[in-house]
Write a protein that binds this ligand. Sequence first.
Ligand code: COA
Length: 414
Amino acid sequence: MTDDLAAQLRPATADDWPAFYRAMSAAFGETPSGPYLDSPPPVAEMDRSLALWDGDRVAVTAGIYSRSLSVPGAVVPCAGITWVTVSPTHRRRGILTEIMRRQLTELHEQQREPVAGLWAAEHPIYGRFGYAPATFRGNLTGRTERLRLRPDVDLGAGRVNIVPAELYRAAAPAVHEQVRRFVPGNLARDDRWWDRLLRDEKEDRDGATERQYLLHNEPDGTVSGYAAYRVKSSWTDRGEPDGTLTVEEVRGTSTSAYASLWKLLLSVDLIRTVRAPMLSPDDPIRQLVTDGRALHVSPLDALWVRLVDVDRALAARRYPAPIDLVIEVRDEFCPWNAGRWRVSGHPAGGYCGRTDLDPDLVLGIEALSAAYLGGVSLATLHAAGRVTEISPGAVTLAATAFSWPVTPWCPDEF
Ligand SMILES: CC(C)(COP(=O)(O)OP(=O)(O)OC[C@H]1O[C@@H](n2cnc3c(N)ncnc32)[C@H](O)[C@@H]1OP(=O)(O)O)[C@@H](O)C(=O)NCCC(=O)NCCS
């Protein structure tokens, strides 16, 4: 990219939003729609945006959301990279590369978020900048006639209620707040994010109903779970019902709440197929049904992660087994991360600092970022030639210490 073009990249303002949004929509092949045509939505942080103008048209867009990411044993600030588009008139001139460099350099120099995350429109775009898939979504799907809960599942004494959107909006956040900290990959949701999540525009429904809401109440009235879903009716040419129920989210603070919500979701009349595209490939529902093979799983990459600062990021998470190793990190794109780091950690804390000691492992920033949330094994990355073992046994030690009992998962696309 020429220095001239790079110098023209600057934050957009709220007044720029209509042109900014138009450019972004065009690059994603969409028509601008919804309530935020004229002014930015509440989740927007225009001061963290970047734009490049071509006359009175915006040709390049990018942004960052300030988010909180659950990581193994902790919650860390995370720069949620978003709005990344380069118009066909400006593509393949290094503008995305310049955006990536500018964002990561600023995060590092200002000591802001130690970790960045994004959802990739296409897999080959972001690896070169050090991002890697760190969570996966399961794309679960099954036929209802084969999906039954195990008879030994304790459904408790609570009850599932179909509720209006307002009641759900009032009650679900407290449940989410209780559970999200314990699931690496989950993101905190404040009111702005809940409002965004629960927007229900007709054009986004793909022929299905408006969103339906469930709450699970304990006998004393406490809300201990929630679920959101849509139904799309269909009939075979023999007149048989063949509807599809798409689960958007199910969360519970107890197994009985979770299972009770699923019991209802699996038993809605006229439904033959249940889909849950955003749930974890390791979702507990797979252990709750009698016929696990009837619930097909086809995982896809979800939240990608990039360590902005290796030391701050590795010190922020916890390690389920003791670790004290020297890793040598290769990171050409963010040279401040390159070199040898002593990583020590245990279930209650972590430390990472510069060292001159000989390395036990050598790996690239992509591999380290993939393993950060505990869902991609360093042993698998080693088997793929992306981690080099110098000290015998170091891969096994590091793979164990970097793992985590809860599979990372992110249901929040942004
Ligand atoms: C993806 C996009 C932002 C790339 O912008 P760009 O300015 O053309 O990217 P750059 O010129 O900086 O490309 C850097 C490198 O990445 C490669 N690259 C960029 N986009 C790619 C893609 N979609 N698939 C494969 N490689 C890609 C380039 O070929 C280049 O490789 P090279 O250095 O080996 O030549 C742009 O094509 C776009 O807006 N696409 C549509 C919207 C979109 O997908 N946005 C991403 C949202 S997550």
